[in-house]
Design a protein around this ligand. Structure first.
Ligand SMILES: Nc1ncnc2c1ncn2[C@@H]1O[C@H](COP(=O)(O)OP(=O)(O)O)[C@@H](O)[C@H]1O
Ligand SMILES: [Mg+2]
Length: 356
């Protein structure tokens, strides 16, 4: 187990700058998720930690030592990718032990480590099978087993679940979390899926265009996003966003929307009258028939998901989403009405996107 530190890391491919100075400290045993849209530089950053990609500028430290000049093998990391890259002619046990064999470990030692990892991953029954005789989820577990047997200082994951179907993805997510709780190896996990990041990570790093937008625990990012980008990225369904101008309503701070209606905001928001802002309303914060900050509009779509019902409705010329309990009698075409507590209304500067 080791800490990982990035000091002002930059990466350019020729004239193209893709990572613009990223600094980050990952504690020993910590599980960090790097999340952001496709192309924002997640894999590039991870590959620089792994030693698979040259670092244009800055330093990577593992266990307090600068590793810029070390090969991937010398860094003592293990990487799990989206594609499992198992050897088809080898059994599960041989696949898992292959790297140990290369590094010259004795046969009994290899067997011991493979058995241990197999037990942790419920692969014991499958050790003699070939990859072609395994399901997608089992193959991904073997790929993880291959990483675990090396007892690395750091695990690096690059979207390891993206090839699996939705149900299996959720199951494997749970397994990865349980595994981390058992082995507590420092982990950096790349994903574009914010739910995966939220459920797995101790802390999340939100990347956008090669820069860090915010670092925090899942709930910190959810409750106090630093800006509009993080607010829109974290949370599902996504936050509703409306343009408005800061005003007052009945002596209280409010935001005037394009349709002339006013939404009251918390008095501690750092806003000034006339400021162009965007307000953010999380779908799950709507209270059906609530009495404060009431808004209403025509219901466009009702999507029951079981425990919850998603209601798409029209308001201030925009389409808005509300998530309600299953028993809410919403139906297409009816007028939907809901309230929202002013403390749960996010306000962002319209120009900079910064939370106010
Ligand atoms: N070998 C390369 N040469 C040139 N550009 C690259 C190379 N690898 C990645 N990029 C660019 O760097 C940016 C970040 O890519 P990547 O790290 O793969 O993003 P992510 O993993 O977040 O989807 C993208 O714009 C991508 O096109
Ligand atoms: Mg990638």
């Amino acid at each position: 187990m080791a800490s990982v530190e990035l000091r002002d890391i930059r990466k350019s491919y020729g004239v193209l700058d893709v990572i613009h100075g990223v600094s980050l400290s990952v504690g020993e045993g910590e599980f960090i998720a790097l999340v952001g849209p496709s192309g924002c530089g997640k894999s590039t950053l991870l590959r620089m930690i792994a030693g698979l990609e040259e670092i244009t500028d800055g330093e990577v430290l593992i266990g307090g030592k600068v590793v810029n000049a070390l090969t991937p093998r010398e860094r003592n990391i293990a990487m799990v990718f989206q594609s499992y890259a198992l050897y088809p002619h080898m059994t599960v046990a041989e696949n898992m032990g292959f790297n140990l064999k290369l590094s010259g470990l004795s046969k009994p030692e290899i067997e011991k480590r493979v058995d241990e990892a197999a037990r942790m991953l419920a692969l014991t029954e499958l050790l003699d099978r070939k990859p072609s005789q395994l399901s997608g989820g089992q193959r991904q577990r073997v790929a993880m087993g291959r990483a675990i047997v090396r007892d690395p200082a750091v695990f690096l994951f690059d979207e390891p679940l993206s090839n699996l179907d939705a149900k299996l993805r959720v199951q494997m997510r749970t397994e990865i979390k349980a595994l981390h709780q058992k082995v507590a190896t420092t982990s950096v996990y790349v994903t574009h899926d914010q739910i995966e990041a939220m459920t797995l990570a101790d802390r999340i790093v939100v990347l956008n265009g090669g820069r860090i937008e915010q670092v925090g625990t899942p709930l910190e990012l959810y409750r106090t996003p630093a800006n509009l980008f993080v607010a829109g990225f974290i949370g599902s369904p996504a936050m509703n966003v409306l343009d408005g101008t800061v005003d007052a309503e009945g002596g209280e701070p409010a935001v005037r929307l394009s349709d002339g209606s006013a939404i009251r905001i918390a008095p501690e928001r750092r806003v000034r009258r006339g400021q162009a802002v965007k307000i953010g309303l999380r779908p799950e914060h709507f209270i059906a028939d609530g009495a404060t900050n009431t808004i209403s509009g025509r219901t466009l779509l009702v999507e029951p998901t079981g425990a919850l019902t998603h209601v798409l409705f029209e308001f201030a010329g925009e389409q808005m989403m509300a998530v309600l309990n299953q028993d809410h009698p919403a139906y297409h075409g009816a007028i939907f009405q809901a309230g929202i507590d002013r403390r749960q209304i996010y306000v962002f500067d319209r120009t900079t996107g910064a939370a106010l």
